[in-house]
Design a protein around this ligand. Structure first.
Ligand code: G1P
Ligand code: ZN
Length: 545
């Protein structure tokens, strides 16, 4: 065992989803090591018995530096005294699979190596996140203490370099630690089999149903191939871009209309498959498409909640509750109301759903950022959402568009968009949001986008389970006609600041309007209100999703 002297880095504060930086930042000597040691030091404070009887799970999305980081972590985990470490073969585990393994193997926690949907490669992004015993991202109390540890760290513990074969399943010893290389698909697939009626889905594919799944050269390729093609009998070739690549083929592995344009194109026209789907770099996000039809993430969450009990085996007992992040469209709220269950509104980021689920308050949850999931794990789960949709299509015998149109007829429609303004100057962007925050009290009653401001506030969340308060989670401007504008700065970006403006307009019986037209006045009002051009020199969104 070696104790290596080190000096703190001052920029290791975890964001919305762990620590994300440029890959080269992570490759600096001691950078990764410091953060991992800070995690271990923090977690040890909460583990009075020490790590000797505990299991740590390690896996990542296969991006550049994944393997090297995995080896570094294995040596450090052994030096820090973990009894057992479980690693996905090749250092690979999708984010929901890490969560599944932690839960099924009763691990203390896990380290996920990923920058999610951010591009990978030497010149792109890398990330690391700690998940706790329930399988979900560490809560803010823990990540805050990790940051404090990073600021005062003086040493980290590791072992003499050892040659670890990550490519084959099996068990080796590193010092006193047992390191087991596991099949990255096994635990995850078992959970899917428990939740979904695979036989029903096999019958769907046998009936000639056609689908295209784009793994975006990222981690879901092997999972989707195994489950969709090998287990459910979807035609070979259903899963495209199935080989995980270190740089995701140079693409942005973010499943939305812009970055999954090839899939969108493939789903257009009369000869298109019945169903299209994609997942992001680490497999927790999803995009759902019908023929010539895009399902917004807010609608997808609402539709899954609406049909869960009748169409999905694992939810036949009904839902305890539904949850969505604050900026996410209110479509799920209306379904929850009709089901007679609560709908919780949480801050952005998956970590807030965990407490609700552990307490049995919520079964299904989601975010506008193409994340949907349930209490089967404590991460959002891309392939799970795809299997939900397959189950709904199999049980209703309708097409994707018909399912959504029926939903709009019954519940009305939330027109929804998110406008991102990337690469803004950090100081200017922060001042801009601060200035609008100061003006919020004065906004009530003013005219905006053809309606009037009913309420304007800075969203603060009190966790109903542990009473923890998370303040400053986004500025909300609620209009009298039910429309909303939400502004917040991204907590996952790695360069400059990203402003997110979310706009929503609810129409009770307006199923077929043009989204852009309906939302343009709100988007413009939002830009003007926050003085985007004056303060940041731009008012052209980098991307609209
Ligand atoms: C973004 C999304 C958020 C999601 C997170 C991690 O965070 O907006 O919904 O949970 O990525 O995937 P943000 O950059 O907005 O802080
Ligand atoms: Zn992700």
């Amino acid at each position: 065992m070696k104790t290596i002297q080190t000096t703190p880095f001052t920029d290791q504060r975890p964001g919305t989803s762990g620590l994300r930086k440029k890959t080269r930042v992570f490759m600096q000597p001691s950078y990764l090591e410091n953060f991992v040691q800070a995690v271990f030091d923090t977690v040890r404070e909460d583990t009075p018995g020490g790590f000797g009887a505990e299991t740590l799970v390690v896996g990542g999305d296969g991006r550049y530096y994944n393997r090297e980081a995995t080896r570094t972590i294995l040596l450090m985990a052994a030096a820090n005294g973990f009894g057992r470490v479980l690693v996905g073969r090749g250092g690979i585990l999708s984010t929901p699979a890490v969560s599944a393994v932690i839960r099924r193997r009763d691990a203390l926690g896990g380290l996920v190596l990923s920058a999610s949907h951010n591009p990978g490669g030497l010149e792109a992004d890398f990330g690391i996140k700690y998940n706790v015993r329930n399988g979900g991202p560490a809560p803010e109390g823990v990540t805050g203490r990790v940051y404090e540890h990073t600021l005062k760290l003086t040493r980290y513990l590791t072992l003499e370099d050892a040659d670890i074969d990550l490519e084959h399943e099996g068990t080796v010893r590193l010092g006193k630690t047992e390191v087991t290389i596991i099949d990255p698909l096994a635990d995850y697939t078992s959970i899917m089999e428990e939740l979904f009626d695979f036989e029903l889905l096999r019958v769907l594919f046998q009936s000639g149903f056609r689908m295209r799944f784009d793994a975006m050269s990222a981690v879901t390729g092997p999972y989707a191939r195994h489950i969709l093609e090998e287990r459910l009998g979807a035609q070979y070739g259903t899963v495209v871009n199935a080989e995980p690549l270190e740089d995701f083929g140079g693409h942005h592995p973010d499943p939305n209309l812009v970055y999954a344009a090839e899939l969108v194109e493939h789903l257009s026209g009369v000869d298109a498959p019945d169903f299209g789907a994609a997942c992001d770099g680490d497999g927790d996000r999803n995009l759902i498409l019908g023929r010539d039809f895009f399902v917004t993430p807010g609608d997808s969450l609402a539709v899954i909640a609406e049909h869960a009990q009748s169409a999905i085996h694992g939810y036949r007992a009904g839902l305890a509750g539904v949850a969505r992040s604050m900026p996410t469209s209110t479509a799920a709220d209306r379904v929850a109301e009709s089901l007679g269950v609560p709908c919780y509104e949480t801050p952005t980021g998956w970590k807030f759903f965990g407490n609700l689920m552990d307490a049995g308050l919520c079964t299904i949850c989601g975010e506008e950022s193409f994340g949907t999931g349930s209490n089967h794990v404590r991460e959002k789960d891309g392939l799970w959402a795809v299997l939900c949709w397959l189950s709904i299509l199999a049980s209703t015998r309708l097409g994707v568009a018909e399912v959504v149109r029926q939903h709009w007829q019954r519940f009305g429609r939330s027109y929804y968009q998110r406008h991102d303004y990337e690469g803004l100057e950090v100081a200017a962007a922060t001042q801009m949001v601060d200035a609008l925050r100061d003006r919020l009290p004065a906004l009530a009653g003013i005219e905006l986008a053809g309606s009037r401001v009913a309420r304007a506030d800075d969203f603060s969340y009190t966790d109903p389970v542990d009473g923890g308060v998370s303040a400053h989670q986004g500025l909300r401007i609620l209009l009298e006609d039910g429309s909303r504008i939400v502004c917040r700065l991204s907590g996952t970006g790695t360069q400059g600041a990203t402003l997110r403006l979310y706009v929503e307009r609810y129409l009770k019986d307006g199923g077929e309007g043009a989204v852009e037209e309906i939302l343009a006045p709100l988007a413009q009002a939002a830009r003007e209100l926050i003085e985007l051009r004056e303060r940041c020199g731009t008012d052209v969104p980098s991307i609209i999703t």
